[in-house]
Design a protein around this ligand. Structure first.
Ligand code: UD1
Ligand code: CA
Length: 464
């Protein structure tokens, strides 16, 4: 028996009401699986080795998806209800004097609330404490029946078992509890599956412990939204909106301006510096970091990228796995694919696609260009329509463009190829061999002019 607090997270259910092939707890809200949010909140309260996640439906998928968190997994092979889930975990949980039980499908829970539930439970010397809430609409949740106006609970009544006299019960069971091991495990085997679902309900422990003369308490969460669960797709979508609005508010409290935040999709791990402005309909996904004094204009989608300070991302840019240095200017409609590194003050403009490219300080590729597998130095000008031909059908090859190079419009640079420092490439050249520094490369057919040709042509046509 250890004094260390444990946390069990119930995540074995199938999620029948989602009508989905994917297990419920792997459905994503805020860009991450439901369960990942609950684990994160729990891990802020106890060390990961004291967290037991109860898995069952598609257990291996769930285990693989969350293995990186360092929690322990317990398999409930057959899902016979929340009470049965805790019975399954008895071997581990009974080693702890007390523990918390969380639902893996309620991702808005905050660590602060988990901590307060634990502290309340310990201070009350209760056998069971139920985290409760009063949401606007309690439909679907188990209701908490208190003993008069006290904090003591008489029973939890599941939605399906509600009787007319329960109609006014607005306080719900959140599915989050604190237990003392001894009284719980002394009686848990007496749960019966004599109900509509033929399941062992953990919620029945409340009345059972009361009958045994144990203290069962209610602890009400200030914010009912925090305990909302997701049982249907519509509920998951609403949790997602809720979570993203919470994220937007947090960023705004740190000095970020987000216009029409309800239209933006900002993942949990995104960080943004103060005085940055995010316009409507922007998506910031994954581990994206944006510095100070930036502006991200509408319809841009930025994933897993790092953006410095004073950067402008104009309308409709797509960035993935890229890094953008201070003062750079992107878009409108630039596509930065993984491995793009845009230097300080560099410009990447209209309909320019980059991939695995380093674009040096002050360099510009402003129009209709593809730069792939390239190293571009500083103060380089890439003319409109320039293309690095990086792929020969079998292998990818590199293009090196040194500092101060000027590449004229509509040039094709057939890699592997190097253009030396300060060189010029004439417009519409097809460059197939290295260009030495400070030279001019012209790789295009010599122009032919036939004077009067057009006039003659027109006259011939008239005669016919
Ligand atoms: C449960 C509560 C209900 C409460 C609500 C809060 C019961 C009987 N009812 O209902 O009072 O208001 O949560 O959201 O507990 N699970 C397992 N093994 C199982 C069955 C479920 O691990 O055999 C897991 C599920 O994956 C889920 C959690 O337990 O994460 C809750 O189960 P769910 O079926 O969603 O319960 P609710 O009907 O929401
Ligand atoms: Ca649920």
């Amino acid at each position: 028996m250890t004094e260390q607090f444990a946390i069990a997270i119930m995540a074995a259910g199938k999620g029948t009401r989602l009508k989905s092939k994917r297990p419920k707890v792997l459905h994503e809200v805020g860009g991450k699986p439901l369960l990942a949010h609950v684990i994160r909140a729990a891990a802020e309260v106890v060390p990961a080795e004291n967290i037991y996640v109860i898995i069952g439906h598609e257990a291996e998928k769930v285990r693989v998806a969350l293995a990186h968190t360092g929690v322990k997994f317990i398999v409930q092979a057959e899902q016979r209800g929340t009470g049965h889930a805790i019975q399954t975990a008895r071997g581990e949980l009974a080693k702890h004097q007390s523990f918390l039980v969380l639902s893996g499908d309620a991702p808005l829970i905050r660590s602060e609330t988990i901590r307060r539930l634990r502290d309340f439970h310990l201070s009350q010397k209760a056998a069971m404490t139920i985290l409760t809430a009063r949401p606007a609409d309690p439909t679907g949740y188990g209701r908490v029946l208190r003993e008069g106006a006290t904090d003591r609970v008489a029973a939890i009544v599941e939605q399906r078992s509600l009787r007319p006299e329960h109609a006014n019960l607005g306080e719900i069971n959140s599915g989050f509890y604190a237990f003392n091991s001894a009284p719980l495990f002394a009686h848990i085997n007496r749960l019966s599956a004599d109900n509509v679902h033929k399941e062992y309900y953990l919620t029945d422990m409340a009345a059972m412990l009361v009958v045994q003369g144990e203290r069962v308490m209610a602890f009400r969460a200030d914010d009912a939204d925090e305990v909302l669960g997701g049982n249907t797709i519509a509920e998951l979508v609403s949790l997602d909106a809720n979570m993203r609005m919470r994220k937007a508010r947090e960023l705004m409290s740190q000095g970020v301006t987000i216009f029409r935040p309800e239209t933006c999709v900002i993942d949990d791990d995104v960080q943004i510096g103060p005085d940055t402005i995010i316009e409507p309909f922007v998506q910031l996904l994954g581990k994206t970091t944006i510095g100070e004094d930036c502006r991200v204009r509408s319809y841009s989608v930025i994933s897993n990228s790092v953006i410095g300070n004073h950067v402008t991302v104009r309308h409709g840019c797509i960035l993935d796995g890229s890094a953008v240095a201070n003062g750079a200017l992107l878009g409108p409609y630039s596509h930065l694919r993984p491995g793009s590194e845009i230097g300080e003050g560099a410009h990447v403009g209209n309909f320019v696609e980059t991939k695995k490219v380093r674009l040096g300080k002050g360099s510009k590729a402003n129009h209709l260009t593809y730069l792939g597998d390239a190293e571009v130095g500083e103060q380089v000008n890439i003319g409109a329509g320039t293309i690095t031909c990086n792929y020969d059908g079998v292998n990818k090859h590199k293009t090196i463009i040194e500092d101060g190079v000027f590449v004229g419009s509509d040039s094709t640079l057939v890699a592997p190829v190097k253009i030396g420092r300060g060189a010029y490439v004439g417009a519409a050249s097809c460059v197939t061999t290295d260009v030495p520094s400070d030279s001019l490369a012209l790789g295009r057919a010599v122009q032919v002019v036939k004077e009067g040709w057009a006039r003659k042509k027109r006259e011939e046509k008239k005669k016919r």
